[in-house]
Design a protein around this ligand. Structure first.
Ligand SMILES: Nc1ncnc2c1ncn2[C@@H]1O[C@H](COP(=O)(O)OP(=O)(O)OP(=O)(O)O)[C@@H](O)[C@H]1O
Ligand SMILES: [Mg+2]
Length: 297
């Protein structure tokens, strides 16, 4: 008898029983998979949260302690006079620590505005070459200090872009700072910028540093996510630079891509399309950044 013996009541009952057993098994399996992925997501969120708290308290306390400690010494100057050289040195340390605190606070405010979709950019016609050159010049001393060769190749025919100069600087500063911080002495960091076929611009920032696995890239793109707390803690950082950069690039209608492999270095590719309208989409919508109170779909 051919398979699916229609009309035979016994085999029909058997088939119905099989079908019901099979669908029960499928439903149980689906529930198991959903339960597992929910558990993994909760565990990951809780791991990121604890690393965030540990890392943020370190990030905030270190500069605050510098401000408190050195301002106390300056305050005691009348009772315990300090040489001029030390006064200048302490003032510089306080200035640097306060700058670091301000930048962390600004990043936290940025990510929260980006998450709520309340972020706006102030767009003008810009020459990207000027922006890239000024950022590269700014990072040259840091690269020299870390014995890292910083090279640049900026095509002379880059089209003008419409964008927010400060936000574009913020994007490239973070990506270049990462490339230098995660490379060792003797390493290289290169920036290439060229015109794309659609008259847009591509910027490639490549480093020879520690690199990241695909899972580590996902962590790095999560707000406050840092790859391997132990490894990154001594390099400082709040884990906000990349998600902010991605959201800001998307506000400029661009795209950020990361190609990386553990121990093989990292390449960050940023593209801006040729002609784009200046209507500004919500960063939350374009970057996948979710407000913490929003539920997972
Ligand atoms: N070029 C890179 N090479 C290797 N790891 C990187 C690189 N860029 C980023 N990462 C990893 O991704 C993490 C997140 O980067 P991100 O720029 O968001 O934060 P951060 O640099 O740690 O802190 P912040 O930028 O807020 O000061 C880093 O801590 C690091 O572990
Ligand atoms: Mg960073």
């Amino acid at each position: 008898m051919p398979f699916g013996s229609v009309g035979n009541p016994k085999s029909n009952t058997l088939m119905t029983e099989y079908a019901s057993l099979l669908s029960d098994a499928v439903l149980r399996r689906r529930a198991h998979v959903a339960e597992n992925s929910a558990r993994i997501e909760t565990e990951l969120a809780s791991k990121i949260k604890s690393e965030f708290i540990a890392n943020m308290s370190h990030e905030l306390k270190t500069p605050l302690n510098t401000v408190i400690g050195f301002s106390k010494l300056l305050n005691q100057h009348q009772d315990r006079p300090l040489p001029d050289k030390e006064i200048v040195e302490y003032a510089a340390l306080i200035h640097e620590a306060a700058g670091r605190l301000l930048s962390i606070i600004n990043d936290i405010l940025d990510i929260s505005k980006l998450q709520s979709g309340a972020y706006t950019i102030d767009s003008h016609e810009l020459n990207l070459e000027d922006i890239l050159t000024s950022i590269l010049d700014e990072f040259q001393p840091q690269a020299d200090g870390g014995e890292i060769t910083l090279s640049r190749e900026i095509a002379p025919d880059l089209p003008f872009v419409r964008g927010d100069a400060n936000k574009l600087k913020q994007i490239f500063s973070n990506i270049l700072s990462n490339a230098i911080r995660f490379s060792s002495a003797g390493g290289t960091v290169s920036l290439k910028a060229f015109r794309t076929d659609d008259h847009g611009i591509a910027i490639l920032i490549r480093d020879s540093g520690v690199g990241m696995s695909p899972e580590e890239i996902s962590v790095a793109m999560t707000p406050f996510g840092q790859v391997d707390g132990g490894r990154s803690r001594w390099r400082e950082g709040a884990g906000l630079g990349l998600p902010i950069a991605k959201a800001l690039i998307e506000l400029h209608h661009g795209h950020l891509d990361i190609h990386s492999e553990a121990n093989e270095g990292t390449e960050v590719i940023i593209t801006f399309p040729g002609r784009h309208s200046m209507t500004t989409p919500s960063a939350a919508a374009v970057s996948g950044i979710r407000h913490p109170q929003e539920s997972t779909p």
